[in-house]
Design a protein around this ligand. Structure first.
Ligand code: SAH
Ligand code: SF4
Ligand code: F3S
Length: 463
């Protein structure tokens, strides 16, 4: 943490203490997250700062301070935020002391900030993705001056280490290994709102993983928009495969995952490291986006259909039991019926365990938004339904493949619906419900998978 941020945190702590005394009760704060794991992790840092400043954590939007950490990857993410804001406006009329903040990816878009500035005047603080660590300073300024504070930077600065963090669960944690993205896929807004790719120093990452392990974490997820290009910008370059192997060596860490892999940068070295390290989960999320080489080119993905298929074959040859999942966009500009058939063909050949399917959403400022031949909504909807059907049929057949096997599951909760049962997560991220009690939470248990039910299994603990 920078020394100015320590000072800001100290000042906020003083303000919160005074305000707590004035109101005669603790002040509460809630962070609402939209978007991906990167945003989830940022929210844990925001909560860390708020708790360190003396707020009491809350899950309710009725809290004294509510911060929305926004996503803008598709239009519906934006629509959801405005839905919440409408609701909060009426709450604020009844409680004028309430403080509402917005940060995250959407606030890196000038038009959105302008809209908040002029039409959502009840929003008190606004900051962006590059300065989340400024929360203490920005919030304190608002609390002391009573004036709204809008502080958005248009460019990334260095990486700030050692922010306080409040993890959602004690036994697993995300770990940022890099920020930003340099790929500029033609449909995607992330590079514009998260800035250029920059990797954390391996020593900082390992120090964080070691301290998480000491704190009881047994599973880490290494996070980046394109983890396969980790380390390229470091003074002493290091590959993602090397980093992954080093993380596996940390004592106490039993499981390692990572998100997201870009097919163009997935090396044979990485496949080999995964195959020889049992701590690495047998799961790879490998976004396909489209199965048509022509569309992939227009998307600027820099691989083609054959390259993707060959890659998945190499991965399966090294790890026959691996579970492959993916992201697919339907209705990219110019997508014809033949292009879409190519996508279905890849889905049939690769047999993904599951797939996130998205309707193409034009994002202002991206090249695809101004491409000709935008696909009509009714065509997209019809294709989307066909794709979803295929993905689900194949996914549920794939899950039968593991019935009868005994696999390790990390127990996450007691099953709220069936007393005497717990829910664990397998290496491939699928849930299994089995008999057990809450003493198992946060531990890894070997579970025989008895029945597959599409998105989950019923199993029996093998002790
Ligand atoms: N960095 C990751 C993905 C980040 S965004 C990667 O490259 O794979 C998560 C997913 O959202 C993407 O994989 C893509 O399928 C989807 N997505 C991104 N922009 C989109 C858009 N404009 N419309 C629809 N889906 C989009
Ligand atoms: Fe977006 Fe492509 Fe970067 Fe993923 S790799 S974040 S899809 S630009
Ligand atoms: Fe959304 Fe930002 Fe993640 S736009 S998907 S929250 S990087």
């Amino acid at each position: 943490m920078l020394s100015e941020e320590r000072i800001a945190l100290e000042e906020l702590r003083k303000t919160v203490r005074e305000e707590t005394e004035r109101r005669g009760r603790p002040l509460t704060a809630c962070v609402v997250t939209f978007g991906c794991q990167m945003n989830e992790r940022d929210s844990e840092k925001l909560r860390g700062i708020l708790l360190a400043a003396g707020f009491e954590g809350s899950d309710s939007e009725e809290a004294d301070v509510v911060i929305f950490n926004t996503c803008t990857v598709r239009e519906n993410a934006n629509t959801r935020l405005y839905g919440h804001l409408g609701h909060l406006n009426s709450m604020k009329r009844e409680h004028p002391d309430k403080i509402i903040g917005i940060c995250g990816c959407m606030m890196q878009e000038k038009d959105e900030v302008e809209k908040i500035r002029t039409k959502y005047r009840f929003v008190d603080i606004v900051f962006g993705t590059y300065n989340i660590y400024r929360l203490a300073a920005v919030l304190n300024e608002r609390m002391v001056s009573g004036k709204r504070v809008i502080e958005v930077w248009d460019k990334e600065k260095g990486i700030v280490e050692d922010l306080p963090v409040k993890r959602d669960v004690p036994w697993k944690s995300g770990v940022n290994i890099m920020f930003g993205c340099n790929n500029f896929c033609s449909y995607c807004i992330v590079p514009y709102v998260r800035g250029r790719e920059r990797s954390r120093e391996p020593k900082d990452i390992l120090r964080e993983v070691e301290s998480l392990a000491k704190d009881g974490v047994i599973e880490v997820m290494l996070l980046g928009q394109n983890v396969n290009s980790y380390g390229k910008t470091l003074d002493e370059p290091m590959s993602f495969a090397e980093l992954l192997e080093a993380v596996c060596k940390v004592l106490g860490i039993e499981r390692v995952r990572f998100m997201t892999s870009h097919p163009k940068d997935l090396s044979d070295e990485l496949i080999a490291v995964m195959a020889r390290n049992p701590k690495v989960c047998r799961h790879l999320h490998l976004p396909l986006q489209s199965g048509s080489s022509r569309i992939l080119k227009a998307m600027n993905r820099r691989y083609d259909k054959e390259g993707y298929l060959a890659l998945t074959e190499r991965i399966r040859a090294a790890m026959p039991d691996i579970s492959l999942t993916t992201d697919i966009i339907v209705g990219f500009p110019g997508e014809t019926e033949e292009d879409f058939e190519e996508t279905l063909d890849v889905v049939r050949r690769v047999r993904f365990d599951s797939a996130f399917t998205f309707i193409y959403s034009p994002r202002t400022g991206t090249p695809a938004a101004s491409m000709p031949d935008q696909v009509p909504q009714e065509v997209i909807k019809e294709r989307f339904a066909r794709l979803l059907d295929l993905v689900q049929t194949i996914g549920s057949k794939q899950s039968l493949r593991d019935v009868g096997r005994t696999l390790p599951a990390l127990v996450e909760s007691v099953d709220p619906e069936t007393p005497g049962r717990v829910t664990g997560r397998l290496g491939n991220n699928v849930c299994v419900h089995f008999e057990g009690d809450e003493s198992l939470i946060g531990t890894i248990v070997n579970v025989r998978l008895d029945q597959a039910h599409g998105f989950y299994y019923i199993g029996t603990a093998v002790l």
